[in-house]
Design a protein around this ligand. Sequence first.
Ligand code: GRG
Length: 454
Amino acid sequence: MEKKYDVIIAGLGPAGTVALWHLAKQGFRVAAFDWRKEETLWGKPCGDALGAHHPREAGLPDPPLSTIKNTVKAIDIYAPGEEVRYRVFGEGYIIDRNAFGKWLLGEALRHSNVEVFLGAKVLEPLILDGRVVGVKVRISDRVEEYYANVVVEATGFSRAIRNKLPRHWPIYEPIDPKDTNIAYREIIEYEDYEIEEPNVIRIYLDQEIAPGGYWWYFPESRRGVNVGLGVQGGMGYPNPMQIYHEKLLKHPLLSKSHKTVTAAGAPLPTRRPSNTLVGPGIVVIGDAGYTVNPVHGGGMGYGFRAAYYAAKAIEQAHDKNDFTEKGLWSLNIDYMRGLGAKQAALDIFRRFLQRLSNDEIRYGMEKKLIPEQDVLYTSSSGEINISVIEKAKIVLRGLRRPGLLAKLKIVAEYMKKAKNAYLEYPEDPSKLPQWVNGVEQLFSEFEAKIAEKG
Ligand code: GRG
């Protein structure tokens, strides 16, 4: 018997599970697959921090208390050397990812229209007449074919389906290793030390310890901490696990006696979203679609939002009975003109940050080139307040860093340009190639200008 559904979801991490939750509620017949078991569906190693606004903005209930390890009130950002510190206030959680994932899956499974297959590895897409019509899956030792009107690619960084799409499809778009970070983290427990402010999470900028990334110290309780680092990929930097053991363990916070509860690493995207999240019969969300904050690397909230819009787009496609690229296009419009625009601007900011020396970061923060109170504005709007540049001009006049001011001006200008380009994301697929050319040109222009300034 042919196994035919309305929707297939490949991957039940944060993006896939949220898509399942919405589609289940909307009454679709869904088959969802993941190679992991229920207990570790959301087990990708990460800092586990999630802005409180994210679930709400993705149409989800707040996480139940049983899935929250700690609440966050502020983020401290330390400049290299740790003499300069910014405190950014904001509400968030340290989430028990696996518990939240399991809970959300349970909620979706209350609907009898969904079937979930765990220990099931999605092998490849099934393509017929130029569109995705299903997937090939290995369940136990059998290889089976499942068919649907739409396949949701949510297999994470591995892009199990995307990697096997025809290369000339715009949705194929591979990732440049320089647009990734490799992360490693341990969850540790102190033997006899109590963390001073357990509701403040800490980000340490230091190109020696975490080149092209940062290291983090996110308390889960008074004695437990999620501590780790991300290092830019494709640059030949040492691997983060080695750095953790050779350098980070020497830090005063980690030389106190502690035991490691769990340790793991993973790669993640740190760029703007894919040029398109839509193909014929397929949508892509989460790490597989590069929906992530390029500056802090947080991907849960972005994956939730992409999943929410994907479920809406699938509903619209279903109403029109049009599962082509055009029929599913509203996912691109909703995502790109909203979070995508912020992501694009932060992709520019990330490229700037990755090029700074420790000395420049320390100097920039000490002189408050971007003041403490503007960090959240810049991070959440994707814009640098123009008065900041004016102030920076005054600060820098007569000082030793004309280059830094010149760079900051270019960054502000290109953040705005990148954001505007995404706000004007094309109305339909026919205009995509032209738009992609424009965006690629903008990013190479930025790279050239910033390199020129040294
Ligand atoms: C000007 C030379 C110079 C340096 C500036 C301050 C700074 C150096 C860098 C900031 C780096 C950093 C990691 C910022 C992240 C701050 C943060 C976690 C903001 C939270 O942003 P939200 O709430 O997050 O917008 P979401 O998840 O919604 O995207």
